[in-house]
Design a protein around this ligand. Structure first.
Ligand SMILES: Nc1nc2c(ncn2[C@@H]2O[C@H](COP(=O)(O)OP(=O)(O)OP(=O)(O)O)[C@@H](O)[C@H]2O)c(=O)[nH]1
Ligand SMILES: [Mg+2]
Length: 220
């Protein structure tokens, strides 16, 4: 009998769990977004500002992955929505089992939007389907315009690219148009939004995208 390499085995087991998660989200009418970036690109800050901006009646829940510490969950829990930290204990990505376990004591009928902050890493999380409706990749303006070309996997798989911290552009030699063109070389249809969590209105386009996505999910 031909033996399957271990990595392929792990990925195919994850795929099985991801398909089950996808069905679960569909059954309960949950829109799930998986946020991926290098450490420090601003995932937690974006989610904090998003939770602060959402109507308190929005039925949103957050899972946040980290190798160590529950810092991010503590930051996110301040907004009054259910939040759980997933500590991976060294693993550089979240997988389907971790999501299943973390949600096991949540009443999924009470959730319309599930936001998952992945472990800070631009490579490993891209291989692990979490059953999400869309991956959202973040790249901040301090990271270099070439990153979509150097880490094409995640830009290829993401529906949306958020270029973060654009309030810093006046202080940097960063060509935002070039970064976006590089992302489009990898994934011509990728949607791109420039964001800032420190400027008034800096998240308006992102919040509109999110609300439209929620409306579309409800109508489906
Ligand atoms: N100037 C500016 N700083 C920002 C913005 N968004 C985030 N930051 C800062 O960037 C730093 C990292 O932000 P985090 O939200 O912790 O980044 P992260 O991607 O969650 O990091 P990990 O969870 O460690 O991967 C913090 O000091 C934030 O205050 C922004 O829009 N503008
Ligand atoms: Mg974080």
């Amino acid at each position: 009998m031909k033996r399957m390499p271990l990595k392929a085995k792990v990925l195919s087991e994850n795929q099985r769990v991801a398909e089950a998660l996808r069905k679960t989200y569909k059954k309960h009418g949950i829109l799930c977004l998986n946020f991926i970036s290098a450490p420090g690109s601003g995932k937690t800050q974006l989610l904090e500002s998003t939770l602060a901006a959402l109507d308190p009646e929005t039925r949103v829940a957050v899972l946040t992955g980290d190798i160590q510490t529950d810092n991010d969950a503590r930051r996110l829990a301040r907004y009054g929505f259910p939040v759980k930290q997933i500590c991976t204990g060294g693993t550089c990505h979240l997988d389907g089992h971790m999501i299943e376990n973390a949600m096991s004591d949540w009443d999924l009928e009470k959730i319309d939007l599930l936001l998952i902050e992945n472990v800070g890493n631009l490579v490993c999380p891209s291989s692990y389907d979490l059953g999400e409706d869309a991956k959202v990749v973040l790249l901040s303006v301090t990271e270099g315009e070439d990153k979509p070309l150097k880490y094409p996997g995640i830009f290829f798989k993401s529906q949306l690219f958020l270029l973060t911290k654009v309030d810093l552009l006046p202080h940097l030699k960063f060509d935002a148009d070039l970064a976006e063109a590089n992302a489009r070389r990898v994934h011509p249809e990728i949607e791109i939004i420039r964001c800032s969590c420190t400027e008034a209105g800096g998240l308006d386009a992102w919040l509109t995208w999110l609300k439209n996505k929620m409306k579309a999910a409800k109508a489906a």
